[in-house]
Design a protein around this ligand. Sequence first.
Ligand code: ZN
Ligand code: ZN
Length: 166
Amino acid sequence: MSSEKGNVARRRPQRHQNARAFKNDKYDTSARLKKINAKLHDGVCQHCKGILEWRVKFSKYKLLSKPKKCVKCLQKAVKDPYHIICRPCASKLEVCAKCGKEEEIVIPIDKGQGGTENKTTENGQESGLEDELDFDTNFSSTDNEEDSDRLEERFKSMTFERTEVQ
Ligand SMILES: [Zn+2]
Ligand SMILES: [Zn+2]
């Protein structure tokens, strides 16, 4: 095996290529992640809550940059990512805000809050809004295909049903 001699000199250490372990805080460690981790996942059934928690855990939980249309009242009133029904409708109809089924809701929506989080008047600098805008622009560059694929594979081995955001 002395013929290897020539190659040995050229061989480069490859340890950098191994620095790809999955990290929950890869995208962020700051406000956005805190906000996401603080999510209660209220108004959804056990099954959907599990999916949302899974997404948070694997950094696949994306915040909405703008409200989505509610499938019940057709208003752009859905402020929670992955939900299809706005809070007022979900609480009125007593259905899961994510899958729309009449399942038992793990954490009922607080009806007293009216479902809005308008804090824009606070000090004139509402950090939450900036976070979301910032988040939107950042995301396209940080959410690279490779990671998605790896996560997809993990996801497939789990039993959760897959639902699309849109
Ligand atoms: Zn609605
Ligand atoms: Zn559900």
